[in-house]
Design a protein around this ligand. Structure first.
Ligand SMILES: [Zn+2]
Ligand SMILES: [Zn+2]
Length: 342
């Protein structure tokens, strides 16, 4: 079968032929319908994740069960599924509560998930090591649904934790309207009535945010960005700032515009540092560094999509075009999420 492989740090991905795997005892073979192309893959390709290659990329996957390994019950061939992405030990406290994204044994397990240390879903088929990592998709199209397992789940997890602050008179800032940010705007619209201010450095992405229901959009690269956001937010300031970029400039912007008793969630991995000084960020600010989301939250995200409240904007490409798609992502030329379709 065809697969998009990470080889080693600093090398572009390669599209190669590898044998189709067979599920061992307790495992499931999933026929991939769609595999999302995530910005963090660029991080893997450029910097590695401390795990040796080669392995097949793709940590945002949906498809249909193709074969069950010995001993797997409760599922059948053809069932449409999303693959829960962060694979923990399955038995620690966090894993028992379905939050494998915060597994206590991450340091000692051989992979962070399919596509993140072991073979992922940018291929015709993928092995999922345990049925506990599958979530039923219902009638959702796997191509449209693949981004739910990261591009939607990650902002959902960040937003859900911030819900007590997201009251109708609150103002929320969303920075970076790419794969995660465009889902964040929709999740905020679906779950809160807070006012939404969306920032990006790309006009077409700002237009996208406006179409999805953002109340205000602004160019976050402008010198006047902080003043502009402060004017929009009024005396209370931004109540919740969601930074899906994580660059120094965006983290600094969050620090400058939040009010007292607010929350900053840094999700993006662009390498910025959050500096602390007395009252900066302002007193009462919670800073959070959410990572991905729980399996239970993935079920909730899938329900939001099934109810028609959120929908990933997807550009689909064949596996063959993966190298070019990563280049487009690097250059900011993807609207919403790119999904590879075997
Ligand atoms: Zn990702
Ligand atoms: Zn665990």
């Amino acid at each position: 079968m065809k697969a998009v492989r990470y080889i080693e740090t600093g090398r572009p991905p390669e599209v190669v032929d590898i044998p189709t795997p067979a599920p061992g005892p307790g495992q499931i073979l999933v026929k991939i319908g769609g595999a999302g192309v995530c910005h963090s893959d660029l991080h893997v390709l450029d910097h590695g994740i401390g795990m040796p290659g080669p392995f097949t990329l793709g940590h945002e996957n949906a498809g249909w069960i193709s074969a069950l390994g010995a001993g797997v019950t409760g599922w059948k061939e053809g069932d449409p599924v999303a693959v829960y992405g962060p694979w923990g030990c399955g038995s620690c406290h966090h894993c028992q509560t379905s939050a494998e994204n915060y597994c206590e044994n991450h340091a000692s397990i051989p992979t962070f998930g399919g596509g993140l240390g072991s073979d992922g879903g940018m291929a015709d088929y993928m092995i999922v090591p345990s049925p506990r990592l599958l979530v039923p998709l219902g009638t959702l199209d796997p191509v449209k649904a693949a981004p739910l397992s990261d591009a939607a789940l990650t902002p959902y997890h960040a937003i859900k934790a911030a819900l007590p602050l997201l009251t109708p008179e609150a103002t929320v800032l969303v920075l970076g309207i790419g794969g995660l940010g465009h889902m964040a705007v929709q999740i905020l619209k679906a779950m809160t009535s807070a006012r939404i201010i969306a920032g990006d450095i790309d006009e077409t992405k700002l237009e996208h945010a406006r179409e999805l229901g953002a109340d205000h959009v602004f160019n976050s690269g402008s010198n006047q960005a902080a003043d502009h956001v402060r004017d929009l937010a009024g005396p209370r300031g931004i109540t919740v700032a969601l930074d899906f970029v994580g660059a120094q400039s965006t983290i600094d912007l969050c620090t400058q515009v939040v009010g007292r008793g607010s929350r900053i969630a840094v999700v993006g991995l662009a390498g910025g540092t959050l500096h602390y000084a007395a009252n900066s960020p302002p007193y009462g600010t919670d800073v959070s560094i959410p990572y991905w989301g729980s399996r239970k939250e993935l079920m909730e995200v899938i329900a939001l999509a099934a109810n028609g409240r959120i929908s990933a904007t997807v550009e689909a490409f064949p596996l063959d075009q993966a190298v070019d798609v990563y280049q487009r992502l690097r250059e900011g030329r993807i609207r919403g999420r790119a999904v590879l379709k075997p």
